[in-house]
Ligand binder design. Structure first.
Ligand SMILES: *Cc1c(COP(=O)(O)O)cnc(C)c1O
Length: 404
């Protein structure tokens, strides 16, 4: 049996990763989804599209991002060598822009003249508004009313960039409600509107498309580690919200059987409290936002709001490919509490002089355990997917320090 392409063949023609993924959408949305899939396949095969994307990734986003040996953290944990893939150095401060740029270029190619997006903490909204400003495209961002209140600096940033913010007060006024509303807008305004989804979730082809745009992280990392260490890493690690930065790092390593992949979910106050965002470790399969995946739901199948100290991890679902990688055992998924992430945030800042976002701080908290388990001959690449400037006020608050 030819074992090559065992992993890379997913999703299948119906957009499924095993029993996960698919396209569970209203009849009215179906033609849009099929059209998007067709256009995306054509763009992927077009060298001109690739050239445009690569050029802007280099000159506007600032890629390739550095591969950095975290020497003092490695000494501190006294185990495997830890490298950071520094996607926090990208324009707008995280990996989100890799995907926004790809989707907006696709929208332009399709002749769409209006972009919509959902956002929770505002990071994806800011990245989308940034790319729209660059191309002079009108941008509408759906944001839960609760989040609009909680994330004022990002709301202001998006407005400066020229985006219109639509507060969504249905449900609990958070990310999942914003995403529902964006899907609704899309159906109504099909003719001119492109929906730019912020993570590797949603109906097919989004999970595969977002993964492909984010896979630049893993491709660069693979080439960089071969150059630095002359071998593949033992482990690649990343934090998980909807799973886009993690799948972007993991995907180019999927066929390398000896490379373990470890995702870190936010367990908030602890899985047992019910206040967490760990869809894989504390959820059940169900259907959310057009795909079948693990998600947080109650006995009646109602979606439960996620909780995490980190707004970017606060999503009750997870991209379907991760559900598949979990059930097949190809990837492992650990958890990290709010408290552990807060400690890791401070540790990384003090030892490396890098203030990480609270999201990757979850991965930093677990990287020590994995480094010790592997021992000194081991090699780990962790995706430092965002910078912490956006989090300093909230961290001060959690530490009981008044900086206003
Ligand atoms: C949005 C965000 C995440 C979570 O999204 P994924 O799709 O899981 O990557 C993680 N880290 C940062 C810095 C983010 O902005």
């Amino acid at each position: 049996m030819d074992t090559r392409n065992t992993w890379n063949k997913w999703p299948d023609e119906s957009g499924r990763f095993g029993e996960f993924g698919g396209r569970y959408v209203a009849e009215t949305l179906m033609p849009l989804i099929l059209d998007l899939e067709k256009e995306y396949e054509a763009a992927k095969a077009d060298p001109e599209f690739e050239k445009l994307y690569r050029g802007l990734m280099q000159d506007y986003v600032g890629r390739p991002s550095a591969m950095y040996f975290a020497e003092r953290l490695t000494e501190h944990f006294d185990g495997a060598k830890i490298y950071f893939k520094r996607d926090e150095l990208n324009h707008t401060g995280s990996h989100k822009v890799n995907n926004c740029l790809g989707q907006v270029l696709l929208a332009l190619r399709m002749g769409k003249t209006r972009i919509i997006a959902e956002t929770g903490a505002g990071q994806h909204g800011v990245a989308t508004a940034t790319i729209c400003a660059r191309f002079g495209l009108p941008c509408t961002v759906f944001m839960g009313a609760t989040d609009v209140e909680r994330q004022k600096p990002n709301v202001f940033r998006m407005k400066l960039l020229g985006a219109e913010i639509v507060p969504v007060s249905s449900g609990t006024g958070t990310l999942k409600d914003a995403m529902n509303e964006a899907l609704r807008d899309w159906v109504t305004n099909v003719h001119d509107t492109f929906y730019c989804i912020g993570t590797a979730a949603g109906p097919h082809p989004y999970p595969a498309m977002v993964r492909d745009f984010q896979s630049v992280i893993g491709r660069e990392a693979k080439a960089q580690i071969m150059e630095r260490e002359g071998r593949l890493p033992d482990v690649v690690m990343a934090c998980i919200g909807g799973g886009s930065n993690a799948i972007g790092l993991f995907h180019p390593f999927l066929e390398d059987e000896n490379v373990r992949m470890i995702g870190v979910e936010a367990s908030g106050h602890g899985i047992e409290t019910g206040e967490h965002a760990a869809a894989l470790n504390g959820g059940e399969p169900g259907i959310l936002h057009g795909n079948r995946t693990y998600l947080l739901q109650d006995g009646d199948g109602q979606i439960i709001d996620a909780h995490s100290i980190s707004a970017g991890l606060d999503y009750p679902g997870i991209g379907p490919e991760h559900s598949f990688l979990k059930d097949t055992g190809r990837a492992e998924y650990l958890t990290c509490t709010d408290k552990e992430a807060l400690d890791a945030f401070q540790l990384c800042t003090k030892l490396e002089g890098i203030i990480p976002a609270l999201e990757p701080a979850h991965a930093i908290a677990r990287v020590g355990d994995v480094a010790r388990e592997l021992g000194k001959d081991g090699l780990i690449i962790m995706n430092l997917c965002g910078r912490g400037d956006k989090d300093v006020f909230s961290v001060a608050g959690h530490l009981g320090i008044d900086i206003d």
